[in-house]
Design a protein around this ligand. Structure first.
Ligand SMILES: Nc1nc2c(c(=O)[nH]1)N[C@H]1C(S)=C(S)[C@@H](COP(=O)(O)OP(=O)(O)OC[C@H]3O[C@@H](n4cnc5c(=O)[nH]c(N)nc54)[C@H](O)[C@@H]3O)O[C@H]1N2
Ligand SMILES: Nc1nc2c(c(=O)[nH]1)N[C@H]1C(S)=C(S)[C@@H](COP(=O)(O)OP(=O)(O)OC[C@H]3O[C@@H](n4cnc5c(=O)[nH]c(N)nc54)[C@H](O)[C@@H]3O)O[C@H]1N2
Ligand SMILES: [Mo]
Length: 553
């Protein structure tokens, strides 16, 4: 998902550097990542860098997340204004002559256009757009630009916007401007989400790419895979998730096979998703539990969970690691690859893999960056791609001497406001995300008594001044309404969220926050704008004693 923006700048999309390198960075910028809750292991590297080595942390985030405690500077922007903030940082860096002249001249292209565009984003104008004080912006620009090694980290606060790709490209612009890409302890580092989302993308679980990011539209790539797989392959990119949902009512999609996703809670604008899924002629769901989505399915294929199968996961720093079967799968559950192979065979295309290791042998052949990543080597240690051959040690940080596309490309980008703005009827911004104790739609963590004890429900985080103005108390049940729907939940009064903004997590079906979110998409990355929609909030007459009284079930 974050692939598009970084690929446009550098020619590949993944964390450019290794996690352990953060301990060598002088400055770390964390934006749109609530690292301590969502990547707690990575956050411990950041905290150690700050506490033990005096690294300086700049947090750019609308919420007062835990990392703010460790930060030298905290820029609190209005959600959805990142392009303005990043352009503002670059404006200061260029105006004060702090950019990496030699690097820009030798390793990049497009600087003149970038300079022209960012010149318009003076600190004063950026303050008007984003609410970030001009002086703070200047301090952050100087701190980042003057560092010898500065790492930039980002996650969903940057990507889940209609300007997600623009935001990512702007992060890349900033890092290249200061010569921070291609060095140890630097880079542009998207912290990937699920345990194996990096691996899934690497293997071509994307609508337009074969394994190792070889485009389906490329004739040579298609010919190569057609030969290995002995099959005719489509030359046209497929649809993305939200486009698939949109395609159902139009009759373009009539059957859907969903594997390891629970869109009936995780996709935006749930009412629409539910209607769409019910409209299908055939819905097949492959999951380890009977999720909300699986309950709607015509056929459920039970699969083995991570501890019940062999294989590999590729983590956020491109490190491929072995997983080993520790338990037998329950009942008739099978590993996902076995189910797919069985199904393919029954549809007339026998897949004759005998084990996960045999699949890896094929990957070694067809995915150049995985060429040398064999089970034999993985037995001893995880390997970071690119690792093109058996004697290659793997790669810690990318783009040392050159970018895959040659020179890094600057993109001159203008700020565009979020798709939905607040107004008199819907005066608050709703931001959605995660908490430490739960994982997404809760299929797994809600079965864990410990996690449920720590976090038993989704609370609406609201600023004390907003609560006072609306006459709402802490723990009181409220109704939250957007143009799409309404839900009922209890409040938590806290200054963590800024005035004018509320935050909810999307872990609980009783308070399914995606009833409220909308389907506006980034035009390139096709990510929904989960981080900004307009809502209103009012006391719920049912009062606080109503437990789990969401309007959904
Ligand atoms: N405990 C736990 N860990 C998880 C997950 C989980 O469900 N639970 N999910 C995993 C997955 S798949 C993912 S993708 C990652 C997600 O990891 P994160 O992206 O860290 O998760 P979010 O909670 O969505 O937090 C987004 C951050 O962006 C900030 N933000 C909101 N709006 C804006 C904005 O306009 N601009 C900027 N710059 N920041 C903004 C929020 O305040 C928050 O700090 O976490 C992974 N780790
Ligand atoms: N409002 C709002 N919505 C969001 C987001 C947000 O920040 N705000 N974030 C978005 C993001 S970044 C993400 S990644 C999505 C996550 O959305 P989903 O991926 O839909 O959510 P999960 O709950 O992780 O669903 C994974 C499913 O896979 C099943 N599963 C687990 N292990 C296995 C396995 O080995 N095999 C199979 N076949 N199934 C398995 C689980 O039981 C679960 O049903 O949510 C998105 N939705
Ligand atoms: Mo994610």
């Amino acid at each position: 998902m974050t692939v598009a923006g970084l690929a446009a700048a550098f020619g590949s999309g993944a964390m450019t550097n290794a996690i352990a390198e953060f301990e060598t960075s002088e400055v770390i910028v964390a934006t749109g990542t609530n690292t301590t809750e969502n990547h707690p292991v990575i956050s411990s590297f950041i905290k150690r860098a700050v506490r033990q080595r005096g690294a300086q942390l700049i947090v750019i985030d609308p919420r007062e997340i835990d990392l703010v405690k460790y930060a030298t500077l905290w820029l609190r922007q209005i959600p959805g204004t990142d392009v303005a903030v990043l352009n503002g940082l670059m404006q200061v860096i260029i105006a004060e002559g702090l950019y990496a002249r030699q690097y820009v001249a030798e390793r990049t292209e497009g600087f003149a256009a970038l300079k022209k565009t960012v010149a318009k984003y003076t600190p004063e104008r950026v303050e008007m757009i984003s609410g970030v004080p001009a002086e703070e912006l200047k301090k952050a620009a100087r701190l980042y630009a003057k560092a010898k090694k500065a790492a930039l980290l980002y996650a969903m606060g940057i990507t889940q916007h209609i300007s997600g790709t623009d935001n990512v490209k702007s992060c890349a612009n900033l890092a290249m401007l200061c010569g921070m890409v291609g060095i140890e302890g630097g880079g542009v580092n998207p912290l990937r989400g699920q345990n194996n989302v990096q691996g899934a993308c690497d293997m071509g679980a994307l609508p337009d790419l074969f394994p190792a990011y070889q485009p389906v539209t490329n004739d040579a790539a298609r010919a190569k895979f057609a030969k290995v797989w002995n099959a005719t392959l489509p030359a046209k990119a497929g649809k993305t998730v939200v486009e698939i949902m949109e395609g159902i009512p139009k009759g373009e999609i009539r059957a859907l096979y969903i594997m390891g996703e629970n869109p009936l809670l995780s996709d935006p604008d749930l009412r629409h998703v539910e209607e769409a899924l019910k409209d299908l002629e055939l819905l097949v769901v492959q999951d380890i539990f009977l999720s909300e989505t699986a309950r709607l399915a015509d056929v459920v294929l039970p699969s083995a969970c991570f501890a019940e199968k062999d294989g590999t996961f590729t983590n956020t720093e491109r490190r491929v690691q072995r997983i080993r079967r520790a338990l037998p799968p329950p009942g008739s559950a099978k590993a996902d690859w076995e189910i797919i192979a069985d199904l393919a065979a029954r549809m007339g295309y026998p897949m004759t893999y005998g084990s996960a290791e045999e699949i890896m042998a094929e990957i070694n052949q067809v995915a150049p960056s995985y060429g040398g990543i064999t089970y034999e080597r993985l037995d001893k240690e995880g390997l970071q791609w690119p690792c093109p051959h058996r004697n290659h040690p793997g790669t810690g940080f990318l783009h040392k001497d050159r970018f895959p596309r040659g020179r890094g490309l600057f993109h001159a980008i203008e700020y565009r406001p979020a798709a939905e703005q607040t107004d008199r009827e819907y005066p608050l911004i709703l931001s959605t995300g995660r908490v430490l104790y739960h994982y997404h739609t809760g299929t797994m963590t809600r079965r864990s008594p410990g996690a449920m004890e720590r976090c038993p429900e989704s609370l609406v985080e609201i600023h004390p001044r907003d609560a006072e103005r609306l006459g709402i108390g802490d723990g009181q049940r409220v109704k939250v309404t957007s143009r799409r729907g309404t839900l009922s939940a209890r409040t938590r009064i806290t200054a963590r969220s800024a005035e004018g903004m509320i935050f909810m997590n999307f872990h609980f079906h009783e308070t399914a926050v995606n009833l409220l979110t909308h389907r506006a998409l980034d035009p390139i990355g096709k990510i929904p704008e989960y981080k900004v929609c307009a809502v209103r909030l009012e006391a719920d007459a049912r009062g606080p004693e109503v437990e789990n009284g969401g309007d959904r079930k």
